[in-house]
Design a protein around this ligand. Structure first.
Ligand SMILES: Nc1ncnc2c1ncn2[C@@H]1O[C@H](COP(=O)(O)OP(=O)(O)OP(=O)(O)O)[C@@H](O)[C@H]1O
Ligand SMILES: [Mg+2]
Length: 527
């Protein structure tokens, strides 16, 4: 036994001697090269090839990483024994994930592949353009070399498709905002912050004329299924909506209903937080397909009147320069210097309709305003704002929807109901109450249908009476607004994109003429 230990000790001694000899003979660089060589040799001889999909690709978030994560989450719960569970803030859905450094197999077209979730600690950085997460995350895909050519491309396409499908099915839509401002980016290089979007408004709950509602829904459907049409006609796959009307008539509710109807994300663009046209462009580049990009209260956001000739009076404002020569003189063209670090109308027009607007596809732009007459006609023309939707005061048709939604009131259930409805019909349009105001009366009394109806009738009558007395410059304000509405509606409604730009431009000019007439009338009235 003693001899055995003696021989072990001498073998270890020889090994230690050899190791120190190797260190002297082979410096560390040589050993590193040898290891690299061995590694290459191993990969050459191995039957597998490996693909790393890192979470951050250079400075940008890798879309493929997110897609793989979502794709694996759909079946990982059935097969994996150790999973990571996540739930986004305010979200109702729990997401299963592969836990750190775990592996799972998947089969595609009878080929088995393996996924490994690789998480390593990021080494502390001396310098970085932006803060990066502490952990480096990624997936490694292992495929047999002979299968690579056959399935790789189609497998990745399949993953992207599945991930989009899961996103839509989960109904986990997001509401993005750039309210953080200053073009600042998050740790993943995104200028947008998001929260789960859970607005309950739908086209069913939206109080507006059923025919107009149907027209908008059809237009949206045509848009989403129109990929080949847009391709064939050489147009960017996008659509612009202008929602205008008094406060509380349902413009924001309509946007929510559109998003819920199509299953799109919403990007709520706060223009006052955007400081330059290039910042605007960067924001646009970071929006995803199948989304609605919203600019609310566009007339209040920033001063976008630089397409108009200089001046400030109503009359000079209306002398619109169709060639846009003032545009060039005004210095709002990119790179012209003075205004380059401000957001301009040119920048906004390029955002909605320029070359940059088609990075990404299947996007809807929605602008809202309470004062359509303040907008530059350039912004209103077809191709930019294809549909102009007037959100009106409560009509009898929309009142019926509100009564059904808030009180469960069936208009034709009995004779008494029919009598009340007749009385309501007489006063509703004259009262010019917004759906928001009507909703308020109904919410207050929702526990008692009769009281709610009585109070509503009283309020509507009182408002109708007051309106009939309120006349400006010999003309009823109602008439003015109706006229303006008709001017815009002449090219709004079911106007399909195929109807061409000419019609839209004419209508915008018509709207402009109307607003000019209105201003002149106001001036006359003042005098
Ligand atoms: N057409 C409508 N159908 C159903 N509810 C409506 C409608 N219009 C307004 N409401 C109700 O009134 C409230 C305010 O509506 P909303 O915010 O959509 O109005 P808005 O037109 O966007 O107003 P603003 O111009 O001030 O932004 C909402 O909570 C909504 O419930
Ligand atoms: Mg609103």
């Amino acid at each position: 036994m003693k001899e055995f230990w003696t021989s072990i000790a001498s073998v270890l001694g020889v090994l230690a001697f050899c190791q120190s000899l190797l260190q002297v003979i082979y410096p560390p660089e040589l050993r590193f090269a040898a290891l690299k060589f061995l590694n290459r040799l191993f990969h050459c001889l191995s039957a597998y090839c490996y693909f790393d999909i890192t979470e951050i690709d250079g400075v940008n978030t890798n879309e493929l990483y997110n897609a793989v994560q979502l794709y694996l989450s759909s079946f990982v719960s059935a097969t994996g024994s150790r999973l990571s569970l996540t739930r986004a803030l305010n979200s109702s859905a729990t997401t299963f994930g592969l836990s750190n450094n775990d592996t799972i197999a998947d089969t595609f077209r009878s080929v088995t592949v393996h996924w490994e979730h690789v998480v390593t600690q990021r080494q502390s950085q001396s310098f970085s353009w932006r803060p990066l997460p502490d952990e480096k995350r990624g997936f490694t895909l292992r495929i047999k070399k002979r299968d690579k050519e056959v399935i790789l491309d189609s497998y990745l396409d399949h993953i992207m498709e599945k991930a989009n499908e899961i996103r839509r099915k989960n109904q986990e839509r997001l509401l993005y905002t750039n309210a953080r401002g200053g073009g600042s980016l998050d740790s993943r290089g995104h200028p947008w912050e998001s929260v789960p979007f859970k607005h309950p408004s739908t086209f069913e709950t939206l109080a507006m004329d059923p025919d107009r509602k149907r027209a908008i829904m059809d237009d949206l459907r045509d848009f989403t299924s129109g990929q080949s049409f847009y391709q064939r006609t050489g147009r960017a796959w996008k659509r612009g909506y202008l929602l205008y009307g008094p406060p509380g008539t349902g413009k924001s509710s309509m946007i929510a209903a559109m998003a819920n109807y199509l299953g799109y994300d919403i990007y709520d663009l706060e223009l006052t937080e955007v400081h330059s046209n290039s910042e605007l462009r960067k924001l646009l580049m970071k929006t995803s397909s199948k989304s609605i990009i919203v600019i609310e209260d566009i007339d209040c956001s920033v001063n976008l009147s630089n397409r108009w000739k200089a001046g400030g009076t109503g009359a000079s404002r209306c002398s619109y320069d169709p060639a846009g020569s003032s545009d060039l003189r005004g210095g709002d063209v990119e790179g012209s210097g003075a205004n380059n670090n401000t957001i301009t109308l040119s920048g906004l027009l390029n955002f909605t309709d320029g070359l940059w607007s088609c990075c990404g596809s299947e996007r809807i732009f929605v602008f809202t305003t309470n004062h359509v007459e303040k907008l530059d006609p350039a912004l209103l023309r077809s191709g930019r704002m294809d549909m102009h939707v007037f959100m009106s005061y409560c009509t009898f048709a929309s009142l019926k929807i509100l009564l059904k939604n808030y009180l469960g009131w069936e208009c034709d259930r009995d004779e008494a109901a029919a009598v009340i409805m007749k009385e309501l019909e007489e006063v509703t349009e004259k009262a010019k109450m917004t759906p928001a105001d009507v909703s308020e009366v109904l919410i207050k009394n929702r526990s008692d249908q009769r009281r709610a109806m009585r109070e509503l009738l009283e309020v509507l009558r009182a408002k109708a009476e007051r309106n009939s007395k309120y006349v400006v410059g010999g003309r009823d304000e109602v008439e003015d607004e109706e006229e303006e509405k008709r001017a815009l509606e002449s090219h709004e409604g079911v106007k399909k994109m195929q109807s061409g730009d000419l019609e839209g431009t004419k209508a915008s000019e018509c709207c402009l003429a109307k607003s000019q007439q209105k201003e002149e009338r106001d001036e006359l009235a003042d005098e």
